[in-house]
Each structure stands twice: as structure tokens, then as C-alpha cells.
Write a protein that binds this ligand. Sequence first.
Ligand code: SAH
Length: 347
Amino acid sequence: MKELINKLEATGMLGKDEFTLLLSNFTPELSEYLFQKARNVSIKYFGNRIYTRGLIEFTNYCRNNCYYCGIRAGNSKAERYRLSLEEILECCESGYELGFRTFVLQGGEDNYYTDVDIVEIISNIKNLYPDCALTLSIGEKSEESYRAYFNAGADRYLLRHETANQEHYSKLHPKSLSLKTRMECLWTLKKIGYQVGAGFMVGSPFQSFENIAEDLLFLKELSPEMIGIGPFLPHHDTPFGDRSKGSYELTLFIIGLLRLMIPNAMLPATTALGTINPKGREAGILAGANVVMPNLSPIRVRKKYELYDDKICTGEEAAECRFCLQNRMKSIGYELVVDRGDFKPII
Ligand code: SAH
């Protein structure tokens, strides 16, 4: 199996069968072999610098019914909330003081906010903080909407593809959602000029190693600037409430593979990774990740943006999260930097 990792390191790519073979044979020893290489690549491109993004979860209303997600429309137990423009700006203000130079606005697909509202939020943030990058993660929209947000100043867009396999996609989502639309959105975002983020959950119900291989092939083709992956974690009030968690070790292994595939990609050590293991985010960095995304949402809403059970950091102030992560990174020899953290093409 080490030969396959060497080949991936040398060429940046493997075939579907090779990825499937590698994934189904991963061991702690092979992981360590991979992580060493992946870490070296991160160090080559980013040094020991870790980029931060301030995450603002501004609405947990959602019109969709994804079977895995705790804020799905069908979860009548979810306590819903929305942040006003003023509240969002307050999050940015405290975030800016804490050294964040990227804000990520994430939410359910909430049609309460019209395009005019979203544009107003974007323009306000960009006017007040022209030196900051703004990332949106608000789901599937029309090309026209994506263009309006981009023209208003949004720089980046996160839209995980969730799975690149059609059949698998239909087992995770209701009929109203299709992989075709999701992928079209991603290509449209690229065409418009956004820095794009895709990704998937590791260990989502019905996922096979072959499916993950398909995800990797799709990611290589799309070549997004950012790739977010994390383990699937069940939420008790969803149809997948009694499913088992994704594998922590496999998630780390895939982070390592992604680092060798797309050396300069922005790869976050996600909150889900920190939830499945108390040292998950540190381990993610040591497996090749280079980004962390602490939460800037007001404490009163934190617990309500519950995509899965036992989500971490729901009780801490933004400042606490920031310094906690700074210490965690320091403990493994890395430093958080005050920087927009833009994707840099390899020249
Ligand atoms: N509505 C936006 C944001 C979705 S939330 C959108 O459609 O893009 C961000 C990500 O959280 C999702 O893309 C999904 O991959 C992840 N997520 C949702 N439920 C999860 C769960 N139960 N376990 C782990 N990750 C989950």
C-alpha cells in the first residue's frame, strides 16, 4: 500500500480502484506513513501557519430535509433562530478584534432572507471590513443570486457536494434534492469566480469505500480551493439518529490523501472532527489540514445550530474559542495567523 501513497505523492492522483484498495486497507502504520508526507507538503506550502475563519451561523431555519442534518425542516423539535443584520455585524466586530480576517456566513436554506437582504449583509460587512474575506455557505441558489452576492463582494462559497455518487446521494436526501443540481451549483460558483469549497462526510450511512474513491475523483476534477470533510455524526431527531458515527481514523486518513492530491488546498480541521475526538482538530492538522474555523455566533444561539449531537464549543465566548484553539495549535508547534488566508495557485 505504501507504493500507492508514493504514487499519489508523485503524481497527485490515483485511479478509482487504487483509491478503493488504499481506503479499504488503511492501518495505523500506513496512516502514519501518509501523515508524515502530508505534513511535509503542508509545511512546504504554509509553513507552521494555520489560517482561521470566523464562523457565523446566522440562521438555523432550513427548507430542506436532508436525512442526516439536525436542522432539517422536518425536525419540529429544533428551536429556530435568525440573526439580524446588527447581530451579524456585532459578531464581525468582536471577530475582527480577535484577529479574524475571514468571516463565514453559514446557515440553513432560509428563504426569509431575500437576495436583497443577503446583498445588504455582504455590503455592510465588506464596507466595514474591506481587508476581510467573506465566505458564504447558504446552500443551493440560482446563478443570478450567486452573481448578485459575488458582485456585492462575497469572495468564497462553501457547498459540500456531500457524495459524488448519484445513488448514494438519493439515500441521504429527499427527492427534491439532486446531485446534478448540487454539482451544477459548484461549477457555476467556479465560473463566476468564487474561491469554492466542496467536501463530504466520512462514514455517512450507506457510504462505501468505492463511494469515497468517487468523491476523491470528483474533487480532483472540480479542483476546489477548499475541501471540508468531517465524520458523519448522528443527530437524535433525524431519520439517521440511530446510525453509527463515521470513523475518526478514516477521516484523518482522507485528509492526508487530499493534501497529497491538492497540495495547496485549504483543508480545515473541522468542528465535527473536534467533536468525535477531543484532540481531533490537532490530529487533523498533523494529518495535513491547515485551517480551523472557530465559532463567532452569539452564545444564546450556539446550541441551536445543532447539525449533530454533542457539537463542541457551544458554551464558549468567541474569544475563549479563539484562544483555546491558539493554545491547541501551539501545543503541536503551529501558530494561528492574522491573515485572510486566500488560496494561492502554484506557479
Ligand atoms: N445549508 C448549507 C450549510 C449546510 S451545514 C449547505 O447546504 O451547504 C454544513 C455541512 O455540515 C453540510 O454540508 C454537511 O456536510 C455537514 N453536516 C450536516 N449534518 C451533519 C451530521 N449529522 N454529521 C456531520 N456533518 C454534518
